[in-house]
Design a protein around this ligand. Structure first.
Ligand code: TXE
Length: 491
């Protein structure tokens, strides 16, 4: 016991579901292997839950909804702060656990994933306390809009930023007064499991949050299809998003989908070169390129193309691919063997399409305990047309392409020439041009002279095939509530 907490032994065998405030095994006693990507070894078992576990979770959430939705926002906020306190108190443990489960460097978990998980809870706790709805006055009547929570709702999250994206979804749903049935990715279940123990320690009322582990096609699908679930928030691949949207359409449930991207990083010759170079290395390869916001198409003004290519390749070669536990590691392991194989096949495809591999292009062999892990060298490719699959399809790994341009129009045409529209970066010291590109580019998020600078109040999400709806700030609270207009005539 630590701080009165039940002890989670991350190397122990079985992860449990969290339903109705209890840690329970799946009804069918079926389990999936959970791998440590840096070693390629199985190190725990994940419930392979089915529709009966989801039935129990939805029943628990529906029952808890009566009490939770009636609490004043401030009291719900108090609960979220207490859960966030638990994250902060177990920070180092969560850093190690997340890195082990996902393969990402511990340094990244320490700087980004774990602090942000706690911040997500605190941010929406604060927002709900100040949340007000609209009123519309008429000469003889007043309208006011009630924003009421929906009931039991579903959150399905991916493996690339496990606890970060998990809390990003559940925090606004809970703050708004809903009760949640959540499914983390079966590829990275460990931090959500530990989180369920922290919720118990924090005294979160039973049934308010339920975490059910399992595959997407069975457990995830059971959440989507359950008639007791009033809305779905999903982050994952575009193909999966399409399947979910098709399933939901006839039911008219609300849904928000945050999907893939093929984000352009447009670099003009007049930019702050050093700042751009340092950030472009991060936006290309952070988290092994497995962030939906990574800039995978680097589009460079021809005037500086040769200089950029030389410097960027040189700096890329200096990045250390290695054991995620070592403090100087820049790139850790790819999240899973199937994803590793997908990325390697994308690199092969780039070769077949006639691309020149400027650096990387192979797996990375790490000696010692990581000899069997899934590591890939950061890879830079040039010489491919915009229309080829390498420049059109999401790779979601440490792989970027370079393309030159001559004019602003050409840069924008290249940037917009994909079915995706999640995020983009523009590097220029010409403020007018920065704004012009921001207006003409087709993406839900545009960064000028930066990348991944996040204010949680801003709308977050993609256009085109990158998603439907927005997360973040008030957008999230609006999604998780049903507006109801009340008109009162007083004359
Ligand atoms: O994600 P999935 P995958 C992209 C990236 C990657 C591709 C596929 O390009 O190569 O998607 O990754 C659950 N009903 N992104 O296959 O399947 C699943 O269990 C309900 C971008 O690993 O989309 C997991 O919890 N749920 C992305 C979650 O969906 C289903 C992050 C995401 O898994 C389901 C991850 C179904 N039918 C991958 N099928 C981003 N936008 O950040 C799966 N799931």
């Amino acid at each position: 016991m630590e701080d009165g907490l039940p002890v989670c032994d991350a190397v122990s065998t079985k992860i449990k579901n969290y339903i109705g405030g209890q840690l329970v095994e799946p009804n069918n006693d079926r389990w999936l292997d959970n791998y440590e990507p840096a070693t390629g070894q199985v190190y725990s078992q994940v419930p392979d839950s089915d529709a009966s576990d989801i039935d129990a979770a939805v029943a628990a959430a529906t029952e808890a909804f009566q009490g939770w939705s009636q609490l004043p926002g401030g009291q719900r906020a108090g609960h979220l702060h207490r859960v966030a306190n638990q994250i902060d108190q177990h920070f180092d443990e969560l850093v190690k656990l997340e890195s082990r489960d996902n393969g990402k460097p511990e340094s990244l978990c320490r700087a980004v994933d774990i602090p942000r998980s706690s911040i997500n809870l605190r941010f929406f706790a604060g927002l709900i306390e100040g949340y007000a709805s609209e009123s519309h006055a008429m000469p003889d009547a007043i309208n006011y809009t009630l924003r009421q929570p929906l009931g039991a709702v579903g959150c399905i999250s991916p493996w690339n930023l496990p606890l970060y994206l998990f809390t990003w979804k559940i925090a606004p749903a809970l703050a708004a007064g809903n009760c949640v049935v959540a499914k983390p990715s079966e590829v990275t279940p460990m931090s959500a499991f530990r989180f369920s123990e922290l919720c118990i320690a924090a005294g979160l009322p039973p049934g308010v949050l339920n975490i059910v582990h399992g595959s997407g096609t069975e457990t995830g699908n059971a959440i989507v299809e359950h008639p007791g679930i009033k809305a779905i928030s999903f982050t994952g691949g575009t193909k999966t998003g399409r399947t979910i949207a098709a399933k939901i359409a006839p039911t008219f449930k609300k849904y928000a989908l945050e999907l893939g991207g093929k984000n352009p990083n447009i670099i003009f010759a007049d930019c702050d070169y050093e700042q751009m170079m340092e950030t472009t290395l991060r936006s290309s390869f952070a988290n092994q390129g497995q962030i939906c916001l990574c800039g995978s198409r680097v589009i460079v003004e021809r005037k500086i193309y040769d200089r950029f290519r030389k410097d960027f390749v040189e700096r890329t070669k200096m990045l250390k691919v290695g054991d995620p536990t070592e403090s100087d590691t820049n790139l850790g392991a790819i999240v899973s063997k199937p994803h590793y194989e997908k990325i390697m096949s994308c690199i092969e495809l780039a070769r077949e399409e006639g691309g020149t591999i400027l650096c990387g292009g192979h797996s990375a062999q790490i000696n010692g305990r990581c000899a069997e892990g899934y590591f890939i060298q950061p890879t830079v490719i040039e010489g491919l047309p915009s229309s080829c699959r390498t420049n059109q399809e999401e790779i979601f790994g440490p792989v970027v392409t370079l393309q030159p341009f001559d004019t602003v129009d050409e840069a924008i045409d290249l940037a917009n020439d994909t079915e995706y529209g999640l995020s983009s970066s523009v590097w220029t010291s010409n403020i007018k041009r920065g704004h012009e590109v921001a207006h003409r580019i087709e993406s839900g998020v545009v960064w000028i002279n930066c990348w991944l600078v996040r204010d949680l109040r801003t709308p977050f999400g993609g256009m085109k095939q990158s998603g439907v709806g927005r997360e973040g700030g008030l957008e999230a609270l609006r999604f998780w509530t049903e507006p109801k207009n009340v008109c009162v005539k007083y004359l």
